[in-house]
Design a protein around this ligand. Structure first.
Ligand code: ATP
Ligand code: MG
Ligand code: MG
Ligand code: MG
Length: 470
């Protein structure tokens, strides 16, 4: 049975044999002002796809570290989603197109990985007869196991503008016990857990302009993305990504550190999965130069870090444990990402500081949330006001989403608009106070004051929502 590390290696070797050049994984911080984080393997190559730069190699293979904040709520709930994951990808910049991309993906999963052909399903875009024909004629896929899916699943775009085109996906049927019935197919909502999407082949042909129109790209391209953790779960016959050798050792270590055990209760498993997922993201974000803060990437880091700490408390530990998990992450990932070993001490230090800072107020904050939740239930109102969610944020360092998650667990409502309204009020107060001081001409005081307030002014939301598009 192949390990996760071996699968990654085999993938690179396979495409190197097909004259692809291996590029190192790019940073999680993209060189692209429209994106907050690297969300897919193609992100570093956007200029090549758009014809803005000439690709030095027309065939490239990568394994790319990615973070998707839009999947944060799926972590631990679905078997297949992480915030941090690795995307295996082969790319063609004006070189080969659909035929080779399809045939090679099939060769890799069936011949190199030896996955069972009968379990595979294929999707193509609604109008993509060409792709369907290749799957049938080149790979012998029975027509009944090819589905046509629309824009939501089978149209890919880099963002509101940029390169885009139809996709074709490979799904694995995990078995009827995961949902649906004999007639279910990929794309059926009731069979969402049954059909596992492992690989997405994007046939990038278009550039979407500001006004929404499509223009043909100067050259046709191939961009593919296969989730390493998902492929590992199929190869290793595990029911979810978390039980693969890429993640299970982190879960087990988290269990040891929090005196809990994986596989006992759903609640414990959920917390352990959240912690294992988040520590991978946290370690790589810090590795790539992000520091905890209240905006942008720093806010993503702070938010997942504090969430992981809270889940540690839910498991019953009152110790700072999170930074101790870095060793496991490094142990598993250092072969593929040697820099994480070099940065290990720095990563631990940053986590420890943030963990200590948050732990300090976490207990008091939890007391307040619980009291308020109780009050809200007793009064029949069943809701926490913006005043409270803001106080939790401002005084106790609770990211809004953390309060939201706790309220969700307890069936109490919170409203983001009320929270952001309070945030705005605070911003205004800070602004007018700054203006008053300015008039008096006390510049250094202004700076100090603004520094202080600047730190607590929340910009995470606007930035996150505008930027984490994909
Ligand atoms: P899904 O429909 O399961 O959410 P997706 O269609 O959003 O996946 P793509 O954008 O097509 O995923 O990304 C390419 C591949 O990357 C997917 O086929 C999958 O193998 C993997 N992948 C995507 N999102 C995640 C995630 N959050 N965690 C782990 N792997 C992922
Ligand atoms: Mg998705
Ligand atoms: Mg999908
Ligand atoms: Mg997809």
């Amino acid at each position: 049975m192949l390990t996760g590390n071996e699968i990654r290696q085999r993938f690179v070797e396979f495409f190197k044999e097909k004259e692809h050049k291996h590029y190192e994984s790019a940073s999680l911080i993209p060189d692209d002002p429209t994106l907050l984080l690297t969300v897919a393997g193609m992100v570093p190559f956007k200029p090549f796809f758009l014809g803005q730069k000439e690709a030095p190699n027309s065939r490239v293979v990568t394994y790319q570290k990615c973070i998707r904040t839009n999947d944060l709520e799926n972590v631990g709930k679905t078997a297949r989603h992480h915030t941090f994951f690795e995307m295996l990808g082969n790319f063609s910049f004006g070189d080969y197109f659909k035929e080779e991309a399809i045939a090679w993906s099939w060769e890799f999963i069936t011949e190199v990985l030896g996955l069972e052909k009968e379990k595979m399903w294929i999707s193509v875009f609604t109008t993509d007869d060409e792709a369907e024909k290749i799957w049938i004629e080149k790979c012998n896929i029975p027509k009944e196991r090819i589905v046509r899916l629309g824009e939501e699943d089978n149209w890919w775009s880099a963002g509101p503008t940029g390169s885009c085109g139809p996709c074709s996906e490979i799904y694995v049927d995990m078995g009827i016990e995961y949902g649906g019935d004999e007639n279910s197919k990929p794309g059926d909502p009731e069979a969402d857990d049954r059909f596992l999407e492992i690989w997405n082949l994007v046939f990038t042909e278009w550039n979407k302009k500001e006004d929404g129109t499509l223009e043909p790209l100067p050259k046709k391209n191939i961009d593919t993305g296969a989730g390493l953790e998902r492929i590992a779960s199929v190869v290793q016959k595990k029911i979810n990504n978390y039980e693969t050798d890429l993640i299970l050792p982190i879960i087990e270590e988290a269990g040891r550190l929090t005196s809990s055990e994986y596989g006992k209760t759903e609640k414990t498993d959920f917390s352990l999965k959240v912690i294992a997922d988040h520590i991978r993201g946290i370690s790589f974000l810090i590795n790539d130069g992000v520091l905890p803060s209240n905006e942008g990437r720093g806010y993503v880091l702070r938010r997942v870090l504090r969430r992981a700490v809270r889940h540690g408390r839910l498991l019953g530990t009152s110790e700072n444990f999170l930074y101790k998990l870095v060793d496991k992450v490094v142990e598993i990932m250092k072969g593929a990402y040697p820099e994480i070993l070099e940065n290990m001490e720095h990563i631990k230090k940053i986590i420890k500081i943030e963990e200590e800072k948050f732990s300090h107020t976490l207990g008091q904050g939890m007391q307040m949330v619980n009291d308020e939740i109780e009050k809200a239930k007793e009064s029949g109102e069943n809701k926490l006001s913006g005043e409270i969610t803001f106080k939790l944020y401002d005084t106790y360092g609770f990211p809004y989403e953390l309060t939201e998650e706790i309220c969700e667990e307890k069936d109490v409502e919170v409203y983001l608009e009320e929270f952001t309204a309070k945030m705005e009020e605070q911003k205004k107060r800070a602004r007018s106070a700054r203006e008053v001081v300015m008039e008096k001409g006390q510049d250094s005081f202004v700076e100090e004051f603004y520094d202080k307030y600047g730190k607590t002014v929340f910009e995470g939301y606007e930035k996150l929502q505008n930027k984490s598009i994909v």
